[in-house]
Structure formats: structure tokens, C-alpha cells
Design a protein. Sequence first.
Length: 333
Amino acid sequence: YGVKQCIGDTIGPGGLFKGLRTIPVWVEILQDIERLCPKALVMNYTNPMSMMTLAGLKSSNLQIVGLCHSVQGTSKLLAEYLDVPYEDLKWRCGGINHMSWFTELSYQGEDMYPRLRERCKDPEIYERDPVRFETMLHFGYFVTESSGHFSEYVPYFRKRDDLIEKYCRDGYRGETNFYANNWPIWRREHDEHSRRYLSGEEQIPLQRSHEYASVIIEAAEANKPAVIYGSVLNNGLIENLPSDGVVEVACMIDRNGVNPCRFGALPPQLAALNRSNMAVYELGVKAAFEHERQAALHALLLDPLTAAVCSPAEIKQMFDELFEAEKEYLPGF
């Protein structure tokens, strides 16, 4: 149908159907947690992140935080693009997972956005992140997710082959079917590493990664407060996004668990982009909870990239074919 996905597990046809398959299993896990350890802090890494976190918060009273590496990874990348020491770069970030925005970016008190706009004129720098630089040049701010993955969230960069050729590159920079083509290889490599760890042939690495889980555990259990960026219930944290949706903001972690920090308002153009995706998540979760096929179809009809490529009738036909192909994994519909 021409909806050419790069990652395909958080938004679009791939993300919606992964959510429909995964949310029921996730809810069962949360029910076990509520029964066995109701005071536990639940950390979710499974995609589709926003849909999964929203489903968890709607179906339980547990403390749940959705975790990703895009904020910390992109902040380090921005320091590289700007050629400044990472430890001295200051920023403010908020939005939704894979579409959070660096609304402030400074070094030694100086706004770094003029410098970033100048630096991206260098072809070597621009080519590392074409979609994100184009988004910054037109919307004013840099986004947290990789060029390839972010290109799936908006209607601008993947709807025609000429646009894919112009803005998308190999791998995480926008390669069509990147995950689908490489996942079998990655899975085999991962399984082999696991086998070697368990057999003692290979030493389990002990250094801390840039993922937040170990930081959260240390902060909560040893009461060493730390700041992370997590997906949590909005409840007014970002005032121009739906209050009952999930947002990604700075969170203070201590012995009391996850304490989200109020962000305020996003620039209106950024909030509008966020809301276009949040509508898909809301309908996807409704479909999963109520086994309502029509709500799932409405979610796909509202998906920005799918709607840019296909007519409503084409989306309905694609949707029906996907349902038929995955019906054994969609009990209850």
C-alpha cells in the first residue's frame, strides 16, 4: 500500500498492530504485579511505548514509567553536532516518546540554536540527520528520535519515493524495512551472546549502559536522587497536551519513586504534532481494551503517514488484510 516503514513498531500500521497484540499480555502481567507486589515500581521498555504506558496507567493503580534512550542519546549527539563538551550542555525537553522537543539548548549561557542552524549547513553534519534537521529548520526545534524513526511519525518525508530518496538514508536514518530486514540477524546474534554468557564462554558486561533502569533502581533503593526522562500520565504536566494522555518529561527519582516535573506549554506547532500522534494512541488503547475493531480502524485512519499515502478506502482494505493475517494473535476481536 506504499506505507514504507523504517522501524514499524511504535506508530503506523506496524505500531498499531503490535500494540493490539501486546497490550493484552501486558495487562495480564500488570494484574500479576498488582496481586504479588502492588508497591512495585514498574519500568516498561516494550514498544509501542506511548500506547503500552497509556494502557498500563488506564488498567492499573501501579506506579508505571515508560523508558527510552532517545533523550539522553540525542542530547549527546547534539553536543557532537555543536562541538561543545557534553557535560556543559544545558537543555530543556518535553513532548511524547519519540517526539519530545529540545525547547531550550544552551552552552555557558548562550542559546545554541543559532549555532546548530549554522552547523547543519555543513553537508557532513546534515547528512547524519537529514529528517531531524529539516524538521528543526521548519518547526524551530530539534526532536529526540532518530531521523529514520521520526520520519514515520509525520506526513512529510516518506509518502513518495522521491522524498524518501531526498531525506532518508540507510539504517536508522530512514531505510525502508530496516528493522524487518535486520531483526532475524539481530535475534540470532542476541541469542548466541546469551548462550555464551550462560555457558561462561563470554563474560557478562558489568558497565552501566545509557538506559535508565539501573539509575532508577539505585536512586529509589539507595535514595540517591537522580533525574531521568520518562513517559508518565500528563495530568497537566504539559498544559497544551491532553491531560489524560502520556507525555515524556523530566522526572526526579528518589525513595518515593517517580516524581514527574511540570513542563508548562510547548510551542503550539510542536504540541499540534504531538496531539496528532496521541489521538492514534488513545484509539489504539480503546480498541485493545474493548476489542473494538472500529476503534482500531479509526486509529489507523488518523495515523499521519498512513493518511498521507492512502485514501480511507485503501486504509480500510489494508486494515482488513492485516487483521486477517494476524487474527491468531488478536483473540477477542
